[in-house]
Design a protein around this ligand. Sequence first.
Ligand SMILES: [Zn+2]
Length: 361
Amino acid sequence: MFWGCSPGSSREDLRVESLGSVPIREGTSAPLNLEVREGESIAVQLRGNADEIFFIRGMSGPGGVWVSDEYGAHVLESTRRVLDRYGPLRTSRNPVVPTLGHHLSVFPNGDVPLPPGRYSFVIGAADAVGRSIDTRACVRVSRRSPSVRGRVDLTVHLSGALGWTAENVESSVLPAVFEDVREIYRAANIEIGEPTYVDLAAGYQRLENIEGPGDYREMLAHARRGLNVFVIESFVGGTTSELRGISDGVPGGAWLFEESDPDCSEGTASGSGVVVALNAHRPNEDGFRERTARTVAHELAHWLGLFHTSEGGVLEDPLEDTPSGPEAMRNLLYPDIDGGIELTAGQARILRQHPAIIAID
Ligand SMILES: [Zn+2]
């Protein structure tokens, strides 16, 4: 175990700790410990086999339990029914939705700051019971002032959907779509850079399997530092064909570590980003630009750590100023496509807290 230094922004003190390769036996690791000082936040990044789901199974410290893999007594049966097998992680004080192959947990990911002291956690792998696997774990501890502005780079990966490639994209509607997205984030004090358009190899226009290894994960492996949006034509098959977009994890696993931390930076192309399916936004009808921009901004907000205003009508977003009822429709995190683009101060703070966002003056 060592402490390294990362060249973060001048507004942020960073330290990075590699926990190395952590063995997972019968689905869980031995307990790991962390010391947190006043005003600090933590990002724990896990990496491993692309067909395993890794996550922090339990995290406790000053102030009690931050992540649990069992439902607390306060979670109603009706809420449990609308959540999947990772529901307990989702209803924890520090909610997350895990994904395949890598994982990022950001603490805090809510209104309550982390009290200083000693924290203890274990790493789990969902389907590893009866097998022995390893995950590489890195911890990034940062201290930054909470009211800063942020900036982040954006890469747009083009699959050739609707015939748009890096060469002809300027004559398409996509630059206007991303201008709208940047405007939505400016309102949250986040400056998203001009998009860099890159072409993906052919074959990703239509994606079939988003739940296991395959095209989807292979495509996401092209992610670069910062925000990544993958533009496809459609999701096909089963329940996914209606999908307009998806975020790979909430929050998504960013490319967090610098080359000066070789133990953590090696192979950390995040393999994570958001996907938007153009056909689901009715390309030949009025409002295509606005609908697409709203979906991209919405999925990026998930990737940066925000949840829906309400899940299945039963689980309200725990942030204090997130609207509910009819007012929620104007919010960017309203689950339906006809929702608005507003973000509250509390939501904007969570977005800026994601470690992919670089703090600026
Ligand atoms: Zn959503």
